[in-house]
Write a protein that binds this ligand. Structure first.
Ligand SMILES: [Zn+2]
Length: 198
């Protein structure tokens, strides 16, 4: 299973990818001089980062990789996020898709990871199926949660993080750069339509 670092990166990538979908997204723009936090999409991007990591909170309840790692979790997150967005007069479909996509990346990354503890993989289609799924393509390493500060565990987990960065960081950087360009173009269009005579 990937680390929370890998999951967090995927959550940010999901939020920024949904920003590339045309539609009502002017509120996601920020001037180039704005803080990194605003340019990265404020608290909503942070929420997506958290949503991408939160399914592993099931470790606390000894129900790891079961219902929180299924499509049912993605649907619940999407519906809740859409309802909160609608109640606060924000674009419900966009916010629902963003949050559901961020949560969904957790399932995708876990599916693509080594799992040495049977039953292998995740209950990806819970509650529609109790079956366990794991990909044949292994992209991410197994991390170790026992004896966290032993040299062997630190080395194993450092390698896992390094592999996650090698796979995910280039994707995240490309999505970020494309998003910066797309939102800057959108901001320029908006300011032209605000000042048509200029
Ligand atoms: Zn997980």
């Amino acid at each position: 299973m990937p680390t929370s670092i890998g999951h967090a990166l995927a959550g940010a990538a999901a939020a920024w990818s949904v920003d590339l979908v045309p539609g009502r997204r002017a509120w996601r723009t920020a001037p180039p001089a704005a803080s990194w936090y605003r340019r990265a999409g404020n608290g909503l991007t942070l929420v997506c980062v958290a949503l991408a990591a939160v399914p592993d909170a099931d470790l606390l309840f000894r129900l790891h990789r079961t219902f929180s790692h299924g499509i049912g979790g993605v649907i619940v997150v999407g519906v809740l996020a859409g309802a909160i967005a609608a109640l606060t007069n924000r674009p419900a479909v966009r916010i629902a898709s963003m949050c559901a996509a961020a949560y969904g990346t957790h399932l995708l990354l876990d599916w693509l990871a080594v799992d040495l503890m049977p039953p292998y993989g995740i209950q990806a289609f819970w509650p529609f199926s109790d079956a366990w799924y794991i990909s044949r393509w292994i992209v991410f390493r197994q991390i170790e949660r026992a004896r966290l500060f032993s040299a062997a565990t630190l080395r194993l987990n450092a390698l896992a993080v390094a592999q996650e960065l090698v796979v995910l960081a280039p994707m995240v950087i490309v999505i970020w750069l494309v998003r910066v360009k797309a939102l800057a173009r959108l901001a320029a269009q908006m300011s032209r339509s605000d000042h048509p005579a200029e």
